[in-house]
Design a protein around this ligand. Structure first.
Ligand SMILES: [Zn+2]
Length: 252
């Protein structure tokens, strides 16, 4: 049976479950389960090599991704993942991190809607700053979620290029990984993204990821808080044939 590496998509880790948020308690249950059952968390570059058929990851390999770069990840997700020896990938909106790094602010665990409202008014409260990003590099790697999340009036080329340049300047990495804001993409965006140096593109579509060299539509599973759900998703999306039957059944 074709081996698939499930890619999970998280946003916030907060004291309570909520929209795009998993509670600290539920997050810890999922991470503990992964560690105890011997799951292997890949880096984004290892995942890319796997997709290209250049690297055979250990059995039970997965990729944990976190979108937008919210500050709660530093306070809640980071210590838990570090404790269990797990790795993950955070997709940063680079203009947000730049603005969040201008001044310091106390941390408060806001829900998603409040975070979105504060991104413009007080990004330092809700978005990771470069100091926090640097500290977390022993657990996370950081890649692009564009420069402004497609929310400012800059051209698409700048969305891609500025993001890549800033990641290079701040972290010294040549990122090849781009996560589409709100999961939106089309053919024109693909070719521009590729021209700007990105090689692999992450969607919000469910499905499996096998080593077929197809890098344009990485499938991800939006995480739900329950451990039972998590175990089921891990099982289904690790097997292409099972996932195909499941997704077909789900649609009907
Ligand atoms: Zn996003």
């Amino acid at each position: 049976m074709a081996i698939s590496v499930p890619v999970f998509m998280y946003h916030h880790v907060l004291p309570e479950d909520g929209f795009l948020a998993i509670s600290v308690k539920n997050f810890e249950r999922q991470m503990k389960f992964l560690a105890e059952k011997g799951y292997h968390t890949l880096s984004a570059d290892e995942f890319l090599a796997f997709k290209k058929g250049e690297y055979k990851p250990p059995k039970k390999s997965i990729l944990l991704t976190f979108d937008d770069g919210w500050r709660d990840l530093y306070f809640y997700a980071y210590p838990i993942m570090k404790k269990y020896g797990l790795k993950g990938t955070i997709f940063l909106v680079t203009s947000w991190v730049e603005r969040a790094s201008i001044k310091k602010a106390e941390f408060f665990p806001y829900f998603h809607k409040e975070c979105k409202a504060l991104v413009r008014k007080a990004p330092e409260k809700v978005v990771l700053n470069w100091e926090e990003v640097e500290k977390m590099q022993d657990v996370f790697d950081f890649h692009s979620h564009t420069h402004t999340h497609f929310e400012d009036k800059i051209c698409i080329k700048e969305e891609f290029e500025l993001s890549r340049e800033i990641l290079k300047e701040r972290l010294g990495i040549e990122s090849r990984h781009l996560c589409w804001p709100r999961g939106y993409y089309d053919e024109k965006l693909f070719s521009l993204g590729k021209a700007c140096g990105y090689e692999i593109f992450y969607t919000t579509e469910r499905g499996t990821n096998i080593p077929d060299g197809r890098l344009e539509r990485i499938k991800r599973i939006a995480v739900k808080p329950g451990l039972l759900w998590f175990k089921k998703a891990l099982f289904i999306y690790s097997h292409k044939a099972i996932a195909n039957v499941y997704l077909k059944f789900r649609k009907n």
